[in-house]
Design a protein. Structure first.
Length: 555
């Protein structure tokens, strides 16, 4: 307040005070704080209500794996040894905490992610309101929330990208607040949150870099070199603190070598590094086309805004921050060149910035008429999408949603199979899933008998695949689980010409010798019609589809 008053009296501002005032410029408002809070709260409540409509939807395989990993951590098992994934320690800790708080139950975990979704919206609004006019940020909020709910970016799931985005949004909000107030502890806290986003999934490093560049851009706004250096130092200390905490956690378990293998060597050599850009471009075209087709107005506004944003009167450094956010958000989608559905969750802040720039450009040209226009945009643009996809948002047919998002993957079938099993399982019974469908363990409240719960890790060509498959076979032969669920679907095994098929072939010979065939989900027309058949009730049933989920019981 004092520097602003000094400026009105004609006294020159110090460079630091001018910088703080520039950062606060977007907060100059024609919308009162109470009205802003009420509109934002009502919008977020509506969006969370829509997200709640998907509680109970069957999970896809990644979600099941995350829950199993979290439960095994809660049980006291050793990460990267008794269970593993190619993600950093923050991933294990995040899902371990979620399972600890919500329980090892898919309904409760989905409810917990409704809260995560709401927090993302709150923190994102805090970021956008400092990068643009408050009116623009308010008009953007419902569009951004609906973009995050796009079915083709897995908006109804408990994917790890939502956790990454939560930490990133908290970090960026703290960073902008720290820059405006000069509080170094907020800048350090921002570094810690953004650093932790990268410890949940490595692509969070893009947002870490975004925060560092935002700090450096303060030189454009009059901040002194020592001031920028202090802030960068505090930010780096926060990022380093997150990294040291993760390293200490790994050392505590004594799994440094194993962690380096799974985090660095395996993804780089055999998993994410196995696909080239030319291989990935068809995937990019496929997934991007589905995203745009679902919400064409949003993506059109985003593209137009990115083109026109350079011609707005937004301060140069603030404008640069907006475009840097778009660039960093886009870079989160590219690692591995797979461009999968859920990767695009982390791009949505970039899409939101493009839409906001379109709003800003239009508002500047309308002058005093901008408030009615932005109010109309706040209502009309999201309302058009809500009406066009009202069945999806308010009365979703879970099977249709899953088939539209994941094609013929047997995710609806796994939930029906789990219901059939739950009616027969005893507390001590064990299950083994042959394939990459660990969501069945979650549905049946089991954690599996093997550390190998994801067949894709075993079938990807590597020097270790044969050994790991033999380990899985040995686990089954030793534990002799009452039920084995054999998933015959190409997406569940991801076999290639170079894949080791030892485990796949073994199931075909071992199961008929030691198990009785009991039940099948026969994908007669994959993604359209599935027959659920009990062998005891229909012993003469002949499989009609080439893909199915079969349940076998120990003889």
């Amino acid at each position: 307040m004092a520097p602003a008053g000094a400026a009105r009296r004609g006294k020159p501002l110090s460079r630091a005070a001018a910088h703080a005032r520039t950062i606060d410029r977007p907060l100059e408002r024609s919308v009162g704080p109470w009205l802003e809070a009420a509109l934002a709260a009502a919008t977020i409540a509506l969006l969370v209500f829509i997200r709640w409509q998907f509680v109970g939807i069957p999970m896809e395989r990644d979600e099941g794996a995350y829950a199993v990993v979290g439960q095994r951590l809660v049980m006291g098992l050793t990460p990267y040894v008794d269970f593993y994934d190619h993600r950093p320690p923050g991933f294990f800790l995040a899902y371990g905490l979620l399972v600890k708080l919500a329980g090892y139950d898919y309904i409760q975990l989905q409810r917990a992610f409704c809260a995560v979704f709401g927090l993302i919206l709150v923190c994102s609004h805090l970021v956008f309101r400092r990068l643009m006019r408050v009116e623009v940020a308010l008009a953007l909020l419902p569009v951004y929330g609906l973009a995050l709910l796009n079915p083709h970016c897995s908006g109804f799931t408990i994917q790890s990208e939502f956790v990454v985005l939560l930490f990133a949004c908290v970090g960026l909000a703290c960073l902008l607040s720290g820059m405006a107030t000069g509080r170094l502890w907020l800048v350090a806290l921002a570094g810690a949150f953004l650093g932790w986003s990268a410890l949940v999934k490595e692509v969070g490093l893009a947002y870490v870099g975004c925060g560092a560049m935002w700090l450096w851009l303060a030189r454009w706004e009059g901040a002194t070199r020592p001031e920028v250096a202090r802030r960068l130092g505090a930010y780096a200390a926060g990022v380093a603190l997150a990294g040291v905490a993760a390293l200490a956690w790994i050392v505590h378990y004594g799994v440094l070598t194993q962690a380096l293998f799974w985090i660095v060597e395996f993804p780089r050599k055999y998993y994410l590094g196995a696909m080239t850009l030319s291989d990935g471009l068809p995937y990019l075209a496929y997934f991007l086309r589905r995203l745009v087709t679902e919400q064409p107005l949003f993506w059109t506004l985003g593209a137009v805004g990115l083109a026109l944003g350079a011609f707005t009167r937004v301060p140069a450094a603030t404008k640069a921050r907006a475009y840097l956010l778009v660039l960093c958000a886009a870079s989160t989608v590219t690692p591995g060149f797979r461009f999968m559905n859920h990767y695009w969750i982390l791009f949505m802040p970039g899409l939101a910035v493009g839409i906001a720039l379109a709003y800003e450009w239009t508002a500047e040209r309308l002058g005093s008429a901008r408030a009615p226009l932005l109010l109309a945009a706040f209502v009309a643009i999201p309302a058009a999408n809500l009406f066009a996809s009202r069945g999806y948002y308010f009365h979703p047919d879970f099977d249709d949603v899953l088939h539209a998002a994941y094609s013929t993957n047997p995710f609806p079938e796994m939930r029906v199979v789990a219901d059939w099993l739950n009616a027969r399982l005893r507390p001590a019974d064990e299950i083994f899933v042959a394939g990459s469908e660990p969501e069945l363990y979650l549905y049946t409240h089991r954690t599996g008998i093997s550390r190998h719960i994801f067949a894709e890790f075993l079938t990807v060509p590597s020097p270790f695949s044969h050994q790991w498959q033999l380990e899985a076979i040995a686990d089954v032969e030793k534990a002799q689980p009452r039920f084995v669920v054999n998933v015959l679907h190409p997406f569940s095994w991801t076999l290639s010409e170079e894949s080791d098929t030892t485990l796949y072939d073994w199931t075909g010979s071992y199961l008929p010798q030691h198990y009785n065939f009991l039940y099948v989900a026969d994908q007669v027309e994959p993604g359209i019609r599935t027959e659920y058949v009990s062998a005891r009730e229909r012993p003469d049933y002949k499989l009609q589809g080439k893909w199915f989920v079969a349940v076998w019981e120990r003889k």
